[in-house]
Design a protein around this ligand. Structure first.
Ligand SMILES: [Zn+2]
Length: 160
């Protein structure tokens, strides 16, 4: 296969661990990367992107700490809501949602919980919110969620 960027090189393929572009602290384990031998241009192959989004969203809902700005934005997009629509739903100003998403101020804990509930509605899981309450009560862990996900026969799964 010829490189579409330079036209000269040949693409070689190898499995690599790559950061997920929207959330760099999430690692995609062993995905195929096709790289040009001449110019270095590369393409990361992401199978079943919708299933990947679901796996990451469900892991985020279980995160034992408040969302980072990028995580909050990822979940809002996962809900297929614009920042304006989410602001209207939460009865806050659009600028307030922007501040949560660019890291200038963290989303209040109550908003964090509402977003977790909305994601649970979208991605039904057989565990009620009540089960998560003791774990979430402290929201003590801060920092982005470090997650490794691997594409397996059954779909994207959290890797050890
Ligand atoms: Zn090239």
């Amino acid at each position: 296969m010829k490189c579409i960027a330079c036209g000269g090189g040949t693409m070689t393929s190898a499995r690599e661990d790559r950061p997920f572009v929207d959330l760099p602290d999430v690692t995609l384990v062993g995905v195929w990367v096709h790289r040009c031998s001449a110019c270095g241009e590369y393409e990361v192959e992401i199978p079943r992107p919708a299933a990947l989004g679901r796996t990451i969203a469900l892991a985020l809902v279980e995160k034992a700490g408040p969302f980072e700005a990028a995580e909050f934005r990822f979940l809002r997009k996962r809900l297929d809501l614009s920042a304006e629509e989410l602001a209207r739903y939460l009865a806050v100003d659009k600028a307030t949602v922007s501040r949560w998403e660019n890291g200038r101020s963290p989303a209040p804990v109550a908003v964090d919980r509402v977003v977790r509930g909305l994601v649970r509605d979208l991605e039904p899981v057989p565990v009620g919110v009540r089960a998560a309450v003791p774990r979430l009560a402290g929201l003590s862990v801060s920092g982005p969620m470090n997650l490794r996900v691997r594409n397996e026969e059954g779909g994207w799964a959290v890797a050890a």
